[in-house]
Design a protein around this ligand. Structure first.
Ligand code: NAI
Ligand code: MHF
Length: 317
Protein backbone atom coordinates (compact mmCIF):
# COMPACT_ATOMS: atom_id res chain seq x y z
CA UNK A 1 0.00 0.00 0.00
CA UNK A 2 1.13 3.56 -0.64
CA UNK A 3 2.49 5.64 2.26
CA UNK A 4 -0.10 8.29 1.41
CA UNK A 5 -2.85 5.66 1.72
CA UNK A 6 -1.49 4.46 5.07
CA UNK A 7 -1.70 8.07 6.25
CA UNK A 8 -5.25 8.48 4.93
CA UNK A 9 -6.29 5.21 6.55
CA UNK A 10 -4.92 6.32 9.94
CA UNK A 11 -7.40 9.26 9.86
CA UNK A 12 -5.31 11.65 11.89
CA UNK A 13 -3.62 9.16 14.23
CA UNK A 14 0.18 9.50 14.17
CA UNK A 15 1.95 6.44 12.78
CA UNK A 16 5.37 5.03 13.72
CA UNK A 17 8.10 4.22 11.20
CA UNK A 18 11.84 3.84 11.08
CA UNK A 19 14.81 3.55 8.79
CA UNK A 20 17.52 0.91 8.47
CA UNK A 21 20.89 0.74 6.84
CA UNK A 22 21.87 -2.52 5.06
CA UNK A 23 24.54 -4.55 6.87
CA UNK A 24 28.09 -4.49 5.54
CA UNK A 25 28.42 -7.20 2.92
CA UNK A 26 29.45 -10.49 4.46
CA UNK A 27 27.28 -9.87 7.54
CA UNK A 28 24.11 -11.81 8.19
CA UNK A 29 20.66 -10.30 7.60
CA UNK A 30 19.76 -11.83 10.99
CA UNK A 31 21.43 -8.81 12.64
CA UNK A 32 18.93 -6.60 10.89
CA UNK A 33 16.01 -8.80 11.93
CA UNK A 34 17.24 -8.68 15.54
CA UNK A 35 16.88 -4.91 15.39
CA UNK A 36 13.52 -4.98 13.65
CA UNK A 37 11.88 -7.59 15.91
CA UNK A 38 11.62 -5.37 19.02
CA UNK A 39 10.04 -2.54 16.99
CA UNK A 40 7.27 -4.52 15.30
CA UNK A 41 4.95 -4.28 18.33
CA UNK A 42 4.54 -0.57 17.45
CA UNK A 43 3.04 -1.60 14.12
CA UNK A 44 5.06 0.43 11.62
CA UNK A 45 3.10 0.55 8.34
CA UNK A 46 6.42 0.95 6.54
CA UNK A 47 10.16 0.62 7.05
CA UNK A 48 12.75 2.52 4.99
CA UNK A 49 15.96 0.86 3.83
CA UNK A 50 18.74 3.24 2.83
CA UNK A 51 21.05 2.84 -0.14
CA UNK A 52 24.73 3.41 0.47
CA UNK A 53 26.69 4.65 -2.45
CA UNK A 54 29.99 3.32 -3.67
CA UNK A 55 33.23 4.23 -1.95
CA UNK A 56 36.92 4.04 -2.66
CA UNK A 57 38.92 1.27 -1.01
CA UNK A 58 42.64 0.70 -1.16
CA UNK A 59 43.88 -2.86 -1.57
CA UNK A 60 47.52 -3.70 -1.00
CA UNK A 61 49.09 -5.50 -3.93
CA UNK A 62 52.82 -6.14 -4.30
CA UNK A 63 53.59 -3.41 -1.78
CA UNK A 64 51.44 -0.88 -3.63
CA UNK A 65 47.96 0.37 -2.87
CA UNK A 66 45.43 -0.39 -5.59
CA UNK A 67 42.45 2.01 -5.60
CA UNK A 68 39.12 0.25 -6.17
CA UNK A 69 35.53 1.37 -6.09
CA UNK A 70 33.08 -0.81 -4.23
CA UNK A 71 29.71 -0.74 -2.50
CA UNK A 72 30.16 -1.83 1.13
CA UNK A 73 26.46 -2.08 1.92
CA UNK A 74 24.67 -3.38 -1.16
CA UNK A 75 21.39 -5.26 -1.10
CA UNK A 76 18.75 -2.56 -0.52
CA UNK A 77 16.10 -4.08 -2.80
CA UNK A 78 16.74 -7.64 -1.61
CA UNK A 79 16.48 -6.51 2.01
CA UNK A 80 13.25 -4.62 1.23
CA UNK A 81 11.79 -7.77 -0.32
CA UNK A 82 12.83 -10.01 2.56
CA UNK A 83 11.55 -7.64 5.26
CA UNK A 84 8.30 -7.15 3.36
CA UNK A 85 7.65 -10.86 3.25
CA UNK A 86 8.93 -11.74 6.71
CA UNK A 87 6.98 -9.05 8.57
CA UNK A 88 4.17 -8.31 6.13
CA UNK A 89 5.04 -4.62 6.17
CA UNK A 90 5.60 -2.15 3.36
CA UNK A 91 9.21 -1.31 2.69
CA UNK A 92 10.60 1.86 1.14
CA UNK A 93 13.92 1.55 -0.67
CA UNK A 94 15.97 4.72 -1.04
CA UNK A 95 16.80 5.33 -4.69
CA UNK A 96 19.80 7.57 -5.29
CA UNK A 97 21.18 9.64 -8.14
CA UNK A 98 24.76 9.28 -6.88
CA UNK A 99 26.40 6.06 -8.01
CA UNK A 100 23.70 4.96 -10.45
CA UNK A 101 23.08 5.52 -14.14
CA UNK A 102 19.52 6.17 -15.25
CA UNK A 103 19.44 2.68 -16.80
CA UNK A 104 20.54 1.04 -13.55
CA UNK A 105 17.82 3.00 -11.79
CA UNK A 106 15.29 1.80 -14.34
CA UNK A 107 16.25 -1.83 -13.70
CA UNK A 108 15.94 -1.27 -9.96
CA UNK A 109 12.47 0.22 -10.45
CA UNK A 110 11.49 -2.78 -12.57
CA UNK A 111 12.65 -5.08 -9.74
CA UNK A 112 10.59 -3.06 -7.24
CA UNK A 113 7.52 -3.29 -9.46
CA UNK A 114 7.85 -7.09 -9.75
CA UNK A 115 8.37 -7.38 -5.99
CA UNK A 116 5.25 -5.41 -5.10
CA UNK A 117 7.22 -2.55 -3.60
CA UNK A 118 4.97 0.48 -4.07
CA UNK A 119 6.93 3.26 -2.40
CA UNK A 120 10.32 4.86 -3.03
CA UNK A 121 12.36 7.65 -1.46
CA UNK A 122 13.90 9.57 -4.37
CA UNK A 123 17.14 11.18 -3.18
CA UNK A 124 20.17 12.72 -4.75
CA UNK A 125 22.55 11.19 -2.23
CA UNK A 126 25.64 12.63 -0.63
CA UNK A 127 29.08 13.36 -2.02
CA UNK A 128 31.48 10.45 -1.94
CA UNK A 129 33.41 10.34 1.31
CA UNK A 130 36.60 11.71 -0.26
CA UNK A 131 34.91 14.35 -2.37
CA UNK A 132 33.96 17.75 -1.06
CA UNK A 133 30.97 18.19 -3.34
CA UNK A 134 28.44 15.88 -4.94
CA UNK A 135 29.50 14.99 -8.48
CA UNK A 136 26.79 13.53 -10.70
CA UNK A 137 27.53 10.02 -11.90
CA UNK A 138 28.03 9.92 -15.70
CA UNK A 139 24.72 8.80 -17.17
CA UNK A 140 22.96 9.48 -13.86
CA UNK A 141 20.78 12.30 -12.57
CA UNK A 142 22.23 15.49 -11.15
CA UNK A 143 19.37 16.21 -8.76
CA UNK A 144 16.61 14.27 -7.04
CA UNK A 145 14.20 16.15 -9.33
CA UNK A 146 15.42 14.09 -12.32
CA UNK A 147 14.83 10.91 -10.40
CA UNK A 148 11.28 11.96 -9.49
CA UNK A 149 10.66 12.70 -13.18
CA UNK A 150 12.01 9.29 -14.21
CA UNK A 151 9.71 7.48 -11.76
CA UNK A 152 6.72 9.56 -12.86
CA UNK A 153 7.45 8.73 -16.52
CA UNK A 154 7.72 5.04 -15.69
CA UNK A 155 4.40 5.25 -13.84
CA UNK A 156 2.96 6.39 -17.17
CA UNK A 157 4.54 3.41 -18.92
CA UNK A 158 7.33 5.43 -20.50
CA UNK A 159 10.72 3.77 -20.19
CA UNK A 160 14.09 5.35 -21.01
CA UNK A 161 15.15 5.92 -24.58
CA UNK A 162 11.60 5.77 -25.88
CA UNK A 163 11.55 2.04 -25.31
CA UNK A 164 8.34 -0.01 -24.98
CA UNK A 165 4.96 1.31 -23.99
CA UNK A 166 3.57 -0.96 -21.34
CA UNK A 167 0.09 -2.02 -20.35
CA UNK A 168 1.25 -2.95 -16.84
CA UNK A 169 2.28 0.41 -15.40
CA UNK A 170 3.93 0.87 -12.06
CA UNK A 171 2.23 3.24 -9.64
CA UNK A 172 5.01 4.21 -7.26
CA UNK A 173 4.32 6.58 -4.40
CA UNK A 174 7.33 8.92 -4.24
CA UNK A 175 8.90 10.40 -1.13
CA UNK A 176 11.47 13.21 -1.24
CA UNK A 177 13.71 14.88 1.34
CA UNK A 178 12.93 18.28 2.86
CA UNK A 179 15.16 20.44 5.01
CA UNK A 180 13.74 22.53 7.88
CA UNK A 181 17.22 24.05 8.31
CA UNK A 182 18.01 24.02 4.56
CA UNK A 183 20.23 21.56 2.72
CA UNK A 184 23.91 22.14 3.38
CA UNK A 185 24.66 23.16 -0.21
CA UNK A 186 21.66 25.45 -0.68
CA UNK A 187 22.48 29.19 -0.60
CA UNK A 188 19.30 29.96 1.38
CA UNK A 189 16.26 28.29 2.88
CA UNK A 190 14.10 30.06 0.30
CA UNK A 191 16.12 28.66 -2.63
CA UNK A 192 16.06 25.20 -1.09
CA UNK A 193 12.29 25.50 -0.66
CA UNK A 194 12.00 26.28 -4.39
CA UNK A 195 13.83 23.03 -5.12
CA UNK A 196 11.43 21.13 -2.92
CA UNK A 197 8.47 22.72 -4.70
CA UNK A 198 9.94 21.59 -8.03
CA UNK A 199 10.11 18.01 -6.76
CA UNK A 200 6.50 18.21 -5.60
CA UNK A 201 5.30 19.76 -8.86
CA UNK A 202 7.11 16.96 -10.70
CA UNK A 203 5.07 14.38 -8.78
CA UNK A 204 6.49 13.74 -5.30
CA UNK A 205 3.75 12.44 -2.99
CA UNK A 206 5.22 13.08 0.44
CA UNK A 207 8.22 14.63 2.19
CA UNK A 208 10.46 13.20 4.92
CA UNK A 209 12.50 15.82 6.71
CA UNK A 210 16.11 15.92 7.64
CA UNK A 211 16.63 15.41 11.37
CA UNK A 212 16.07 18.45 13.59
CA UNK A 213 16.21 18.88 17.34
CA UNK A 214 14.05 21.97 17.78
CA UNK A 215 10.42 21.41 16.78
CA UNK A 216 10.01 25.11 16.03
CA UNK A 217 12.17 24.54 12.94
CA UNK A 218 9.82 21.80 11.72
CA UNK A 219 6.62 23.75 12.35
CA UNK A 220 8.02 26.87 10.64
CA UNK A 221 9.12 24.76 7.68
CA UNK A 222 5.66 23.20 7.37
CA UNK A 223 4.12 26.70 7.42
CA UNK A 224 6.47 27.83 4.64
CA UNK A 225 5.65 24.80 2.48
CA UNK A 226 1.91 25.18 3.10
CA UNK A 227 2.13 28.88 2.18
CA UNK A 228 3.27 27.67 -1.26
CA UNK A 229 -0.01 25.79 -1.59
CA UNK A 230 1.55 22.36 -1.04
CA UNK A 231 -0.54 20.06 1.08
CA UNK A 232 1.23 16.69 0.83
CA UNK A 233 2.29 14.95 4.08
CA UNK A 234 5.51 16.26 5.66
CA UNK A 235 6.88 13.49 7.85
CA UNK A 236 9.34 14.57 10.54
CA UNK A 237 12.59 12.58 10.74
CA UNK A 238 13.86 12.11 14.30
CA UNK A 239 17.37 11.08 15.29
CA UNK A 240 17.97 10.25 18.95
CA UNK A 241 21.39 11.46 20.10
CA UNK A 242 23.30 8.40 21.23
CA UNK A 243 26.91 9.35 21.95
CA UNK A 244 28.70 12.51 23.07
CA UNK A 245 30.51 12.65 19.74
CA UNK A 246 27.16 13.45 18.05
CA UNK A 247 27.41 17.00 19.45
CA UNK A 248 30.15 17.72 16.91
CA UNK A 249 29.31 15.11 14.29
CA UNK A 250 25.65 15.83 13.57
CA UNK A 251 26.04 19.60 12.99
CA UNK A 252 29.15 18.88 10.91
CA UNK A 253 27.66 16.12 8.72
CA UNK A 254 24.08 17.36 8.40
CA UNK A 255 24.53 21.13 9.00
CA UNK A 256 21.82 21.29 11.63
CA UNK A 257 21.71 23.23 14.89
CA UNK A 258 21.44 21.72 18.34
CA UNK A 259 19.51 23.55 21.08
CA UNK A 260 21.68 24.84 23.94
CA UNK A 261 19.63 22.94 26.53
CA UNK A 262 20.29 19.64 24.73
CA UNK A 263 24.00 20.41 24.39
CA UNK A 264 24.28 21.15 28.10
CA UNK A 265 22.40 17.99 29.08
CA UNK A 266 24.70 15.88 26.90
CA UNK A 267 27.82 17.65 28.13
CA UNK A 268 26.90 16.99 31.75
CA UNK A 269 26.68 13.23 31.12
CA UNK A 270 29.36 11.04 32.71
CA UNK A 271 29.07 8.19 30.21
CA UNK A 272 27.57 7.41 26.81
CA UNK A 273 24.95 5.30 28.62
CA UNK A 274 23.77 8.57 30.17
CA UNK A 275 23.95 10.32 26.78
CA UNK A 276 21.76 7.63 25.27
CA UNK A 277 19.19 8.27 28.00
CA UNK A 278 19.30 12.03 27.39
CA UNK A 279 18.81 11.34 23.66
CA UNK A 280 15.82 9.11 24.41
CA UNK A 281 14.20 11.69 26.69
CA UNK A 282 14.76 14.52 24.21
CA UNK A 283 13.28 12.46 21.37
CA UNK A 284 10.25 11.56 23.52
CA UNK A 285 9.58 15.24 24.30
CA UNK A 286 10.06 16.19 20.67
CA UNK A 287 7.80 13.37 19.50
CA UNK A 288 5.04 14.17 22.02
CA UNK A 289 4.90 17.78 20.85
CA UNK A 290 4.96 16.76 17.19
CA UNK A 291 2.16 14.30 17.83
CA UNK A 292 0.11 17.03 19.48
CA UNK A 293 0.86 19.13 16.41
CA UNK A 294 -0.83 16.42 14.35
CA UNK A 295 2.11 15.02 12.35
CA UNK A 296 1.09 12.07 10.15
CA UNK A 297 4.05 9.84 11.01
CA UNK A 298 7.04 9.95 13.37
CA UNK A 299 9.95 8.54 11.36
CA UNK A 300 13.02 7.49 13.35
CA UNK A 301 16.54 7.35 12.00
CA UNK A 302 17.39 4.27 14.03
CA UNK A 303 20.07 3.18 11.54
CA UNK A 304 21.79 0.65 13.78
CA UNK A 305 20.65 -0.46 17.20
CA UNK A 306 16.97 -0.30 18.01
CA UNK A 307 17.00 -0.17 21.83
CA UNK A 308 16.68 3.63 22.00
CA UNK A 309 13.94 3.76 19.36
CA UNK A 310 12.11 1.03 21.29
CA UNK A 311 12.32 3.09 24.49
CA UNK A 312 11.00 6.14 22.64
CA UNK A 313 8.19 4.27 20.88
CA UNK A 314 7.16 2.60 24.17
CA UNK A 315 6.49 6.04 25.64
CA UNK A 316 4.40 7.13 22.67
CA UNK A 317 2.65 4.36 20.78
N1 NAI B 1 14.63 11.14 4.66
C1 NAI B 1 15.82 10.95 4.22
O1 NAI B 1 16.24 9.85 3.99
C2 NAI B 1 16.68 12.12 4.01
C3 NAI B 1 17.81 12.00 3.27
N2 NAI B 1 18.64 13.04 3.07
C4 NAI B 1 19.87 12.97 2.27
O2 NAI B 1 20.26 14.25 1.78
C5 NAI B 1 20.98 14.18 0.57
C6 NAI B 1 20.53 15.16 -0.53
O3 NAI B 1 19.48 14.63 -1.34
P1 NAI B 1 18.18 15.39 -1.85
O4 NAI B 1 17.67 16.33 -0.86
O5 NAI B 1 17.32 14.34 -2.37
O6 NAI B 1 18.76 16.23 -3.09
P2 NAI B 1 18.18 17.37 -4.04
O7 NAI B 1 18.69 17.05 -5.40
O8 NAI B 1 16.74 17.58 -3.87
O9 NAI B 1 18.95 18.65 -3.48
C7 NAI B 1 20.34 18.62 -3.29
C8 NAI B 1 20.88 20.04 -3.29
O10 NAI B 1 20.81 20.58 -4.61
C9 NAI B 1 20.07 21.77 -4.61
N3 NAI B 1 19.35 21.80 -5.91
C10 NAI B 1 18.30 21.05 -6.28
N4 NAI B 1 17.95 21.29 -7.55
C11 NAI B 1 18.81 22.23 -8.00
C12 NAI B 1 19.00 22.91 -9.26
N5 NAI B 1 18.20 22.68 -10.30
N6 NAI B 1 20.02 23.81 -9.37
C13 NAI B 1 20.82 24.06 -8.32
N7 NAI B 1 20.70 23.44 -7.11
C14 NAI B 1 19.71 22.57 -6.96
C15 NAI B 1 19.19 21.73 -3.39
O11 NAI B 1 18.81 23.00 -2.91
C16 NAI B 1 20.11 21.01 -2.41
O12 NAI B 1 21.02 21.91 -1.86
C17 NAI B 1 20.87 12.76 0.23
O13 NAI B 1 22.05 12.14 0.55
C18 NAI B 1 19.78 12.17 1.07
O14 NAI B 1 20.07 10.83 1.35
C19 NAI B 1 18.32 14.21 3.67
C20 NAI B 1 17.20 14.39 4.41
C21 NAI B 1 16.29 13.36 4.65
N1 MHF C 1 22.81 14.19 4.08
C1 MHF C 1 22.16 13.14 4.55
N2 MHF C 1 22.52 11.90 4.16
C2 MHF C 1 21.86 10.80 4.61
O1 MHF C 1 22.22 9.68 4.22
C3 MHF C 1 20.77 10.99 5.47
C4 MHF C 1 20.42 12.28 5.85
N3 MHF C 1 21.13 13.34 5.40
N4 MHF C 1 19.35 12.50 6.65
C5 MHF C 1 18.36 11.51 6.77
C6 MHF C 1 18.89 10.16 6.89
C7 MHF C 1 19.43 9.94 8.27
N5 MHF C 1 20.65 9.26 8.07
C8 MHF C 1 21.60 9.09 9.08
C9 MHF C 1 22.84 8.58 8.80
C10 MHF C 1 23.79 8.45 9.79
C11 MHF C 1 23.48 8.82 11.09
C12 MHF C 1 24.50 8.73 12.16
O2 MHF C 1 24.25 9.09 13.29
N6 MHF C 1 25.70 8.20 11.81
C13 MHF C 1 26.90 8.11 12.56
C14 MHF C 1 27.59 9.44 12.55
C15 MHF C 1 27.86 10.04 11.18
C16 MHF C 1 29.20 9.71 10.53
O3 MHF C 1 30.05 9.02 11.10
O4 MHF C 1 29.39 10.14 9.36
C17 MHF C 1 26.60 7.57 13.96
O5 MHF C 1 27.28 7.90 14.93
O6 MHF C 1 25.70 6.73 14.05
C18 MHF C 1 22.25 9.33 11.36
C19 MHF C 1 21.32 9.45 10.37
C20 MHF C 1 20.80 8.90 6.68
N7 MHF C 1 20.04 9.91 5.99
Amino acid sequence: MKITDHIKQASGKTLFSFELIPPRKGKSIQELYNNIDPLMEFKPPFIDVTTSREEFVYIEKDGLLDKKVTRMRPGTIGICASIKHKYNVDTVPHVLCGGFTKEETEYMLVDCHYLGIHNLMALRGDAMREEQYFKPTPGGHEYALGLVEQVVEMNKGHYLNGMVETSDCSDFCIGVAGYPEKHLEAPSLKTDLKRLIQKVEAGADYVVTQMFFDNKKYFEFVDLVRAEGIDIPIIPGIKPIAVKRHLQLLPQVFKIDLPQELIESVESCKSNTDVRQVGIEWAIQQSKELMEGGVPVLHYYSMGKSDNVKAIASALF
